[in-house]
Design a protein around this ligand. Structure first.
Ligand SMILES: C[S@@+](CC[C@H](N)C(=O)[O-])C[C@H]1O[C@@H](n2cnc3c(N)ncnc32)[C@H](O)[C@@H]1O
Length: 213
């Protein structure tokens, strides 16, 4: 029922919390969370009628009416008062920036974001707002994905290296993160062979120093 990517995201959600899934499309993550008794209630929100209708179909299919609540709304404009955790997955950074910019996020326990690329821009956005990164994971589901969990309840500042690679990822140095760094390094080496660009070489050396640390 759930892709490996969404399954890994579900593991970051604490039990008994109310979740608001932005850009839910098919509502598969909300349905999984409720069906598996992780959450008592999840909002499946989307700003387009097609995905909203797909969510309603799945809610009916899994008989989760009243527990998975479909919402047709832009971003978090219509977010409900009982929400503890926001998930925003499978969208581009600029859409997510548009959804979160100027919003008061201090009441939420966690905001879980999964974008397909531009995680450095995401962490730069987090840093600019002095938000606090609670957790990070790298997963592989056909592609490498970074999952970033942050909160606006505490203030933090991050170094350029942490913004680029992830403060928690650098600290945890999981096996998957090492694989991901080697993958990034291989790609950069291919580019360097063609371009002999000094900036690329600097980045390769930067990754080497993280791997050797
Ligand atoms: C690629 S799907 C991702 C579905 C699911 N979250 C996942 O990760 O598999 C992106 C969904 O986000 C919705 N979306 C895009 N921009 C949005 C916005 N500003 N507010 C709410 N939903 C949005 C789209 O309509 C689409 O259904």
């Amino acid at each position: 029922m759930l892709s490996k990517r969404l399954l890994e995201i579900s593991k970051l959600i604490d039990s008994n919390k109310v979740v608001y899934d932005v850009g839910s499309d098919h509502a598969l993550l909300p349905c999984f969370l409720v069906k598996n008794n992780i959450c008592p209630k999840v909002y499946a929100s989307d700003n387009k009628i097609g995905p909203y209708n797909r969510a309603i179909e799945n809610i009916k299919k899994y008989q989760l009416e009243g527990k998975v609540i479909p919402v047709l709304a832009e971003g978090i404009e219509d977010i409900r008062d009982d929400v503890d955790i926001i998930t925003i997955c499978g969208m581009g950074f600029y859409t997510i920036e548009h959804i979160l910019e100027g919003k008061n996020l201090t009441k939420y326990d966690k905001i879980i974001v999964q974008i397909n690329k531009d995680n450095e821009l995401l962490r730069d956005f987090i840093n600019k707002h002095k938000y606090y990164i609670i957790d990070e994971e790298v997963i592989f589901d056909g592609f490498y994905y970074e999952l970033v969990v942050f909160s606006a309840k505490e203030e933090r500042e991050y170094s350029p290296l942490e913004i680029k690679y992830g403060p928690i990822l650098l600290k945890k140095k999981s096996e998957m993160f090492i694989k991901y760094l080697n993958y990034r390094k291989d790609k950069l080496e291919e580019i360097y062979l063609r371009s002999k660009n000094e900036k690329i070489l600097k980045e390769i050396k930067e990754i080497d120093s993280i791997l050797l640390d």
